[in-house]
Design a protein around this ligand. Structure first.
Ligand code: NAD
Ligand code: IPM
Ligand code: MN
Length: 361
């Protein structure tokens, strides 16, 4: 099979981790007889440096003309880098929001499970993780606070800033359907997370999710307030199957979920819309603190490439081969520094981790 893949290395550790994912994809192409044609585009700080904007319309058109998009991460030290001395819509992260919106990627899937081999890297007590956990966060990605009206103005001689959180029924319904469809193929439980004790948008969320659930009688629906969910995630993560939530809550809860898998460097993600074209990226950022040091864990990006093969390219066998190769390398005791423990056989750099996974395809 021949596929067009757009690569967005981005900033910070982005080019390092995307490089390792491409290494693994090339091995898959070799082994299974496919041709992956890559086109690279700029997004984030590197695009600001080159074009003065974080993402050009031409770059979006290249994404639209491809079968799938693989992203590293964008951004620099917020507040302490030249990329942040400009209006918000010209900063690196605006490129990410634009690509999500322009490609209509309303569903962000972030799977968080504990590899047996990484139990020592998980910061939770052993009694909490003895049976492991396996959840997927289904995060709404093109609405809510991220895309609401905002402004900063002076009122009575004082600066005042405003961000608005809006959801309509259709935006809630389509992400809820996604969550129930996914739950149906898993353990058949959806936990819808909101702040319905305070927010109107959450009360509408709950109402629409309840309506959608009527079409999925085989799936159990539970509602949970977001503050409780943050606590339950570290107290009893094994209770969750599918967590359905709005944009900002999903952002925060997915970082928390990633850390209990051992490291944020483990959490992959897929952003999907109505068509096959998806954007695949690790859930973490550009990690400016370790950029260029060959320290970053490339596994989240490599597992995102596996999700890309599965969801956008229908290459399930190949995706499984990547997942198995990751598990094999972990079972052999190789770790990047973020997931290392006293039982680690060898702490390896970004490039060696990529080599090892590619060698196991
Ligand atoms: P971050 O996720 O980049 O880093 C948080 C911490 O996790 C850092 O200590 C970092 O070293 C570590 N870390 C992250 N990824 C790692 C990996 N693969 N291996 C090992 N350690 C890893 O979050 P931040 O520091 O809050 O943000 C840095 C920049 O990234 C900001 O500009 C932010 O806006 C941006 N960001 C981008 C994305 C994205 O492009 N999808 C996501 C989140 C943050
Ligand atoms: C993520 C990131 C982004 C988000 C930022 C960089 C805009 O944190 O993908 O989780 O909040 O969605
Ligand atoms: Mn985030």
């Amino acid at each position: 099979m021949e596929c067009k893949i757009t690569l967005i290395p981005g900033d910070g550790i982005g080019p390092e981790i995307v490089g390792e994912a491409v290494k693994v994809l090339n091995k898959v192409a070799d082994k299974f007889g496919h041709t992956f044609n890559y086109t690279k585009i700029l997004m984030g700080g590197c695009s600001i440096d080159e074009y003065g904007v974080p993402l050009t319309d031409e770059a979006v058109d290249i994404c639209k003309a491809s079968d799938a998009v693989l992203l590293g991460a964008v951004g620099g030290n917020v507040g302490n880098s030249r990329w942040y001395d400009v209006a918000p819509n010209l900063r690196p992260e605006a490129g990410l929001l634009k690509i999500r919106k322009d490609l209509g990627l309303f569903a962000n899937l972030r799977p968080a499970y504990l590899y047996n081999e990484l139990k020592k890297a998980c910061p939770l007590k052993e009694e909490i993780t003895k049976d492991g956990f396996d959840m997927i966060i289904v995060r709404e990605l093109t609405g809510g606070l991220y895309f609401g009206e905002r402004e900063t103005k002076t009122v009575n001689g004082m600066l005042e800033a405003r961000d608005t959180l809006t959801y309509n029924e259709e935006e809630i319904r389509r992400i809820a359907i996604k969550a129930f469809e996914i739950a149906r193929k898993r353990k058949k439980k959806v936990t819808s997370v909101d702040k319905a004790n305070v927010l109107d948008s959450s009360r509408l969320w709950r109402k629409v999710v309840a309506e959608v659930s009527k079409d999925y009688e085989d799936v159990a629906l539970e509602n949970m307030l977001v503050d409780n969910c943050a606590m339950q995630l570290v107290m009893n993560p094994g209770q969750f199957d599918v967590i359905l939530t709005e944009n900002m809550f999903g952002d925060i809860l997915s970082d928390e979920a990633s850390m209990i898998t051992g490291s944020i460097g483990m959490l992959s993600s897929a952003s999907l819309g109505k068509t096959k074209l998806g954007l695949y990226e690790p859930s973490h950022g550009s990690a400016p603190d370790i950029a260029g040091q060959n320290k970053a864990n490339p596994i989240a990006t490599i597992l995102s490439a596996a999700m890309m093969l599965k969801f956008s390219l229908d290459l399930d066998k190949e995706a499984n081969a990547i997942e198995e190769a990751v598990a094999k390398v972990l079972s052999e005791g190789y770790r990047t520094v973020d997931i290392a423990s006293n039982e680690t056989k060898e702490v390896v750099g970004t490039d060696k981790m990529g080599d090892l996974i590619a060698a196991n395809i």
